[in-house]
Design a protein around this ligand. Sequence first.
Ligand code: GLC
Length: 751
Amino acid sequence: MKKIVSVLLIVCGVLTAGYSDAEIEKKVTDLLNQMTLDEKIGQMNQYSNSWDLTGPKPDNDRNEARYEDIEKGLVGSMLNVNYVKNIKAAQELALKSRLKIPLMFGVDVIHGYKTIFPIPIGLSSSWDMTAIEKAERIAAREASAAGLNWTFSPMVDISRDPRWGRVMEAGVEDPYLGAQIAKAKVRGYQGHDLSDHYTIAACMKHFAAYGAPNAGREYHSVDVSLNSLYNVYLPPFKAAVEAGASTAMNAFNTLNGVPATGNQFLVNQILRSKWGWKGVIVSDWGSIGELRAHGTAKDLKHCAEIGINGNTDIDMESLAYHNHLKELVEEGVVRENQVDEIVKRILTLKYKLGLFDDPFRYLDEKRQTTELLSEENRRASREIAKKTFVLLKNNNNLLPLSKNIGSIALIGPLVKDENVSIGNWACQGGHEKAVPVFDGFQRVLSEKTELLYAMGCDIYGDRRKRYDMEIDSEKFKAGFAEAVDLAQKAEVIVAVVGETRMMSGEASSRLEIDLPGVQNELLMELKKIGKPLVVILMSGRPLTIPWIAENADAILVTWHAGIEAGNAIAETVFGDANPSGKLTMTFPRCVGQIPIYYNQLNTGRPKNRDYVWLSGYIDGPNSPLYPFGYGLSYSTFEYGDPILDKSEMGFDETLTVTIAVTNTGKRDGEEVVQLYIHDQVSSIARPVKELKDFQKVFIRAGETKIVKFEITREKLIYYDENYEELLEPGDFEVMIGTNSDEVKTKTFTLK
Ligand code: GLC
């Protein structure tokens, strides 16, 4: 029976996916010609189902009228409606409308739906595009099993400022890596056929440059040069477009003084004209209405005018289109064919999703029951989590610990925390507890090992401690004594510290990015005992941890590692897994260095020696605590010299570079071999190095692998101030290594 069903499903899949663009175009046009202006505007209106879940409540509450609006065909899509029962109810309402146009249902499925995977900065740190795609594929399967057909993901905002809380949502400072991850996530969500009821529409966000807010302060204005916009912040969006992203989301910020929402330069010139993208743009939550606060619109009606002239197709929760667009058309301020163009895009997407063929196609109670939080999905989350951990330090190969160790002291506020590893943006996973570290250790260890535990302190301490220095933090150290006593009995101390899941994410910028509360002081007390000290760092961002870097014997960054965190961490600490993650954002020594990133310009006075008149600080170094691309392994890897197949390369030629990488350790392991390029002389100053390729390779102990890269013009071009490709002859350096600091360099000439 199952085989017959699956054959039928494939046939259905082929049938619904069988529409050609021309057939969809005709169906959409026929439908549009039947629609009233109210019904057209309805398609551009998006309501949330739950209040304050992911944004502030609109000022004029239409809660009671929302369901009537759906029934009248005045709503085109919903967000934050979850599970078959609720989605079915809303869809049945929509099908009571005159033209029975089905709703689309979107949710922020960022790193899992019910089975939660590592937060995106963790997924990014795996440098494993296959793993990232798989995580999002499973997320899409679970979300679609719950009735959804659209996710507001991937967030592809490049950021160089870890004070900004949303670095947890991508956590990448490099455009090339950001672009590869964007493609992997779009593929994961959308698969090969949007109408397949296992896939959902992706949404590249936030367009654009939201990751560069002034002072790292959430929602703050963004001022970036066109050079940075074109060469740093846009490439991941361009990659998502090339991967077929169906939708995009506006950003909250102003970009060089103009709000990104309703921004004609960004949307009409870049997205629509330059890139020829025909997808659907949804505003961010209320961002059309926020044009008033930005000071570029005098009232909500004016917001609607700007929104539509900037081709923001769907209004999420500001009611600007719902309340004022009809007037604007009737007054001739907005032409109806502008509305028509937008509605065509929305209806086209609904056809591609298969919603017209079967508005209930995504609604399958059985799938919802069997797929969500399945053992198979949990296992996948655990396996992927192990690829995301970054080993920053491992003195004397302290890690992995032996499973036969006599006693371990597990100390810290996050040892038994079931919530922290779900991370922010945990979708429907927030209600399922993650496996805490303590449970993971218990599972891996035998009764022979004495597993001691003390919390030591809470994670907050006093939030104001930073600013009311006279506040005596002694009271927050009450648990120190017990922790120290306990730790003295153990062979090794494993401290689990960091940030809670809500200290990063939206509206979670921080002024200081050290360990919150008195956690660092707790570590200092533990260090005095003189036992080996392992620090497991859970956070949603790079943290300033100079004392830990200096004094811990081993440091494992695990981010917020998802629902199986404790198991994945324990398997890594005790050697069932070999860490292979690499940093995708620079770890600064202190907040004063921010913004700090590897792909910086050289300046006219590079700090290449100890001399006063050079670009640097009088009170500290330029170098970060840990650089982009950094991460150790239980293995060690030795790099040979890069070998170029030619020393000169024509504009349309391919230069091949190979390098021998040997695993000189005692364990098999994976290494991310990174290739950087430096254009030595160019019309516009270029970064001292830029990531242009990488390969994560598995190498057995003692084995040597020859890793091969191909350099083509695509890896050498950059964009000028007119967003035109620029490729200039001259000398280039090619650098290959284990991180952005440790590289081996050869040069070639582009002729
Ligand atoms: C939020 C976020 C956006 C999210 C949207 C819907 O404010 O900025 O990323 O997709 O609202 O939840």
